[in-house]
Design a protein around this ligand. Sequence first.
Ligand SMILES: Nc1ncnc2c1ncn2[C@@H]1O[C@H](COP(=O)(O)OP(=O)(O)OP(=O)(O)O)[C@@H](O)[C@H]1O
Ligand SMILES: [Mg+2]
Length: 1223
Amino acid sequence: MAAFGEAAPYLRKSEKERIEAQNRPFDAKSSVFVVHPKESFVKGTIQSREAGKVTVQTEGGETLTVKEDQIFSMNPPKYDKIEDMAMMTHLHEPAVLYNLKERYAAWMIYTYSGLFCVTVNPYKWLPVYNPEVVLAYRGKKRQEAPPHIFSISDNAYQFMLNDRENQSILITGESGAGKTVNTKRVIQYFATIAASGEKKKEEQSGKMQGTLEDQIISANPLLEAFGNAKTVRNDNSSRFGKFIRIHFGATGKLASADIETYLLEKSRVTFQLKAERSYHIFYQVTSNKKPELIDMLLITTNPYDFHYVSQGEVTVPSIDDQEELMATDSAIDILGFTADEKTAIYKLTGAVMHYGNLKFKQKQREEQAEPDGTEVADKAAYLMGLNSADLLKALCYPRVKVGNEYVTKGQTVEQVNNAVGALAKAVYERMFLWMVVRINQQLDTKQPRQYFIGVLDIAGFEIFDFNSFEQLCINFTNEKLQQFFNHHMFVLEQEEYKKEGIEWTFIDFGMDLAACIELIEKPMGIFSILEEECMFPKATDTSFKNKLYDQHLGKSSNFQKPKPAKGKVEAHFSLVHYAGTVDYNITGWLEKNKDPLNETVIGLYQKSSVKTLALLFANYGGADAGQLYAGGGKKGGKKKGSSFQTVSALFRENLNKLMTNLRSTHPHFVRCIIPNETKTPGAMEHELVLHQLRCNGVLEGIRICRKGFPSRVLYADFKQRYRVLNASAIPEGQFMDSKKASEKLLGSIDVDHTQYRFGHTKVFFKAGLIGLLEEMRDEKLAEIMTMTQARCRGFLMRVEYRKMVERRDSIFCIQYNVRAFMNVKHWPWMKLFFKIKPLLKSAESEKEMANMKQEFEKTKEELAKSEAKRKELEEKMVVLLQEKNDLQLQVQAEADSLADAEERCDQLIKTKIQLEAKIKEVTERAEDEEEINAELTAKKRKLEDECSELKKDIDDLELTLAKVEKEKHATENKVKNLTEEMAALDETIAKLTKEKKALQEAHQQTLDDLQVEEDKVNTLTKAKIKLEQQVDDLEGSLEQEKKLRMDLERAKRKLEGDLKLANDSIMDLENDKQQLDEKLKKKDFEISQIQTASREAPKLGLSLQVRELEGEVDAEQKRSAEAVKGVRKYERRVKELTYQSEEDRKNILRLQDLVDKLQMKVKSYKRQAEEAEELSNVNLSKFRKIQHELDEAEERADIAESQVNKLRAKSREFHGKKIEEEE
Ligand SMILES: Nc1ncnc2c1ncn2[C@@H]1O[C@H](COP(=O)(O)OP(=O)(O)OP(=O)(O)O)[C@@H](O)[C@H]1O
Ligand SMILES: [Mg+2]
């Protein structure tokens, strides 16, 4: 532990403390956790048990009586502050909670839990991230070092190098739990241990840039300045998700990196809650640390001058905006943005601030907005490189495309304000995404890369009071990630058991997330309905809701109607997620998903003199051409402007890409936990933490981890590593296969034999057993080492001993001599000897001379010999030199060819690298292709569905057509009948008129005759006035006759008038009929047209299209949309036709009525005519009679005249006679 320096106490307690804690008195029977109404769980001791009830005295002194299942056994002190909770004997919620809590109280924030690494936010800086800690974790196995994010990182790194597999580290948790902090630590770790070591990007063309690791680390301050903000829960809350991939070369050195971002919360640009703040960058530029920025952006140092950024707070105590501005600024430089780009970044930030101050007012007596002052617009336009008048005009009078033409549209003040907000958000978002793209370009080195480690920092599952579209996206992401985890842990685990032939009953972990995921993302799921609704111009939130209800309510158990409750925000539907039921409010989803922008202003942006702004919108094609700006990653510049993409579609595409990426990796899971809502270091709220543990699957993970056999070792490895445990089990010099050896070995050692299983290639262990084996191995090794050490020490000691003995002997000798000398020192003879001794020297020197002479002779001889040898050698040397030169020449030649070969080799390596890159590209493209393919097949299926629906529609249409045709035939027949009848009527009418004419003539005749007769009669009457009573009578009857005739005449005139009327109405009817005939003909024509159109066009087209689908799904989509339109048109047409035919039928009925009436009239006329005829006949006969009588009367008158004459003559005679008599 010494290697960890001052961090050691925060990572693992000292031996002494541990031993103390483990020796605490403990009664396994009575120590329990008990359910508590306020604290969730508390520690306590059992007082008594009776009839299913237990009385517990809590630590706090309370006495609780609870049911049996509300107490949980405590783990023995041996497990105190255990590092991997999967090892615990009693594994349940309170044990996990209290272990975390106790570790947290001791500032040990990292704890393992099976596959997970759980970390609790300490809310204060611990020394656990110091450089020496990095070094201490380097190369350590997970079991060998205390839990730490560095350990996870190092393991991922080791796995990558050993297994040659991509790795990913998934860091999730609620807001403020510490995801971003841990992500940064991971990156710091890799940047330290795998630094590429070369100063590659120095002063290129005057740009100041850092090394790759500097750049990777610098990406953070920049992204945080633009993507982080203060929220209620977190002063530095990331308002976007990110996936950072760090690529390593073959030797494990950093090679490059890329970043992908998800779902930037752009609404914050224009709106903040009271206790929150907008993105840091706004307050950094107003901090006045760089006064030149204030001048450049035409802003003030007071954020309250800018409405968009001052709706909540403007300062954060824990953040120094001035310092952060410097960090942002230098990050921009290190990341290699050009001076122009840097200026553009600041200017656009300033422009967004000014946008919030744009004011508009209503024109008098008009619903039209007009600018209220132009100063702000001038500033904003200046910063964006636009003409301010153009900008204002485009805002107040945008030009919209109607069909193929552009028309100018008026805007209300509200509409203009909304458009300004949308534009500000779009500029900000696109700038953010563009920066990510640029960073990626910068981090994308040309160094060969082999494998990557991805770090995912994304918001965790959360349930708020008000959950909107964005929350659905986040929760859906987490649902997917949880599924990924489940899949990784549960399914793969069990599959592995099956593959290895281990007896194992398949566990259904009840975490079947597929239903919820399908409900959201499958065709006809929530997203696809939302996208469909976005295509209909008339769709509203309500129609969207209705569609959702029609499709899913009652059919999917995950889709529910929200239960209304008092004080709850209005919700429209509930989804049952793995971590809980969430109520969603769908207000404004369609708008959010379509995300429309004022295209006239976009047009101006595209022509802006600020190149960066023009670039941001370069691929904006308007609502019908899509608005994607690829969100980073290697395909940074890739444009998909061709098809309209809604926000949800883009999100799903990115998420799918992420999931594919993750599925190709070996994942490591880190779960961040927020211990309390008040940011208090050291305090832990039980309920809050338990909720998070449930939400993020930690508890479930532990349970399953313990059920299975999480540790596994290959037989060969096992044999190799653990053979020391009992070497005699595997006899030396005799072959035994690894499996059998392992079985024998495990069988021979003293462990719990139920704790392991033998698979086909590996041996599987329950959690904890490997630890035990390791311990045993360590002990054994320690024993062996001690033995070896003892031997060595013994040997060394013996050597030393021998030396010591020798030393002792020599000491004895010296002592003896010294003593002897001391004894004889003062002896006179001895003194004499001392005196004489120096004189002995000369005698000695003569002897030496003689010796020297002898030696000189010898040396001379030797010299001669050596001289001869030297000559010989020199000769040899000449030869050798020659040889050497030859050889050198040869070497030169060979070196040349070697260089050649090396060059070729280099070239080959280069081509290999290129090819590898190509292969990567191709595989990536293939992946993309596959994705697209999958999408296309989904689309194809959808289209096919639509096709079949269309076919059904067409069948229906055909049916209705046939019906209409039948009806048409019927009406035709009726009309034919009617015309025939009309003709007959015409004929009869003609006949009648003829007859009438004849009658009239006869009448005239009779009248004339009558006149004549009358005249005659008149003359006669005149003649006969004077006649007797008989004549008067006759005259009276004649008078009566006259009266009768007058009546007849009147009737006749009336009849004539009626006839004329009838003729007129017949004419009208004929006209009507003609019109109807025309209409009918038209209708016939149209029906035949429709028939052919509906029979040929869509059917043939569709079947053709279906065949072509695989190849040209895009075209297909368009065509099918047209077909849908066509069918809808036909539907409308058919409706019109049926309506028309109904109208016609009504007309015909009316006509028939009219005809009937006419017939009746004609009949009555006929009758009247007949009556008139009869009458005239009667009159004629009367007339004749009268004439006859008249004749008779005349005759009689004649007779009477003659009688009168006779009488007169007689009277004259008589008179004469009388006179004669008188005379
Ligand atoms: N390991 C840690 N050591 C010290 N402080 C920490 C640690 N983890 C988190 N914190 C503190 O908590 C704050 C919030 O952490 P962080 O920003 O990582 O949260 P987050 O999970 O990313 O939240 P969000 O989802 O809002 O982005 C940090 O600013 C820091 O003050
Ligand atoms: Mg964060």
